[in-house]
Design a protein around this ligand. Structure first.
Ligand code: GUN
Length: 289
């Protein structure tokens, strides 16, 4: 039997169209469009692609997109000054500082400087605390997108065993909170977990977010499980080019899982759609509706 493919590109397109319709209605009422500012420091090629894609999606949804580029040797003070300027800008509802940042800049200082009400990444300590306290709010985009794909599998997940591989602040940790809020029994596995395949095989929902190409093989997967692959790894092809693979060995996993996300076209497109959702949420909160 072959797993159902959870088509993130299609789900994301639906969500983006819904958000676009809401923005169109706001503008038709004579209100300003929501605004998202994206900050990019340095020349990381992957970050350039992400930032460009975010800008395109933001404009397509009818929102205002501004991009702010600083050189790779920019100081922390320069970046903090830019964040302060964006915090004060009434036309900006969301601020995203693309990670990773160059070594001379402390990411925790920069993330702490973003107005929590404009923190569309959900990385500010206040928003992290809100999530762990069970409040609804600005939740990191990738885990938010993963939850939508899990819902797409169409199963009642209350009481299910969920295993998240990876303990990052961007994906692993917030993912566990969202699964817990959905009444799953959650295990966080990581690089030091003993008998990783055995732990994973207990999972009705398995989320792989480690950045290790093809780590999760069929032997890690309980038959019928929902498998969400957050990994985006660039690996060399025999012809010398690069191709994207996830953390899950898709070709074998698809024969065991009940539902599975592909890479590319799974979680990736959902992250941008959820960024737009967070931007619209931040706008509505700031504008009271
Ligand atoms: N770099 C990789 N993923 C992300 C993300 O979700 N947000 C930000 N700001 N940077 C990233």
């Amino acid at each position: 039997m072959s797993a159902r493919i959870l088509d993130g590109a299609a789900v994301a397109a639906r969500l983006r169209a819904e958000i676009g319709d809401q923005v169109t209605s706001l503008v038709a009422e004579g209100r300003r469009a929501p605004g998202l500012a994206v900050v990019l420091v340095g020349d990381n090629p992957a970050s350039h692609v992400y930032v460009r894609n975010k800008g395109v999606a933001t404009r397509k949804a009818g929102m205002v997109s501004t991009e702010h580029r600083l050189p790779g040797d920019a100081t922390e003070a320069e970046l903090l000054a830019l964040v302060a300027q964006l915090n004060a800008d009434e036309a900006i509802d969301g601020i995203l500082v693309q990670l990773p940042l160059p070594a001379q800049v402390r990411p925790e200082k920069v993330l702490a400087a973003i107005d929590p009400e404009k923190d569309v990444d959900g990385f500010h300590a206040l928003n992290v605390g809100r999530l762990w306290g069970g409040e609804t709010g600005l939740v990191p985009c990738t885990p938010r997108g993963c939850m939508k794909l899990i819902a797409e599998a169409g199963r009642d997940i209350g009481g299910m065993d969920a295993v998240v591989i990876g303990r990052s602040g961007i994906v692993g940790k917030p993912m566990t909170q969202l699964l817990l809020a959905a009444n799953c029994t959650v295990t966080i596995a990581h690089s030091r977990t003993r008998d990783l395949s055995e732990v994973c095989r207990r999972a009705d929902i398995l989320v792989a977010a480690v950045g290790a190409p093809n780590l999760v093989t069929a032997a890690f997967i309980k038959p019928g499980a929902t498998v969400i692959d957050v990994g985006i790894n660039r690996v060399a092809k025999p012809d010398g080019g690069l191709r994207l693979v996830g953390d899950v060995a898709f070709d074998t996993a698809v024969g065991v899982a009940g539902a599975i996300t592909p890479v590319p076209g799974g979680v990736g497109p959902m992250t941008i759609a959820c960024l737009l959702e967070n931007t619209l949420m931040a706008y509505r909160r700031r504008m009271n509706g």
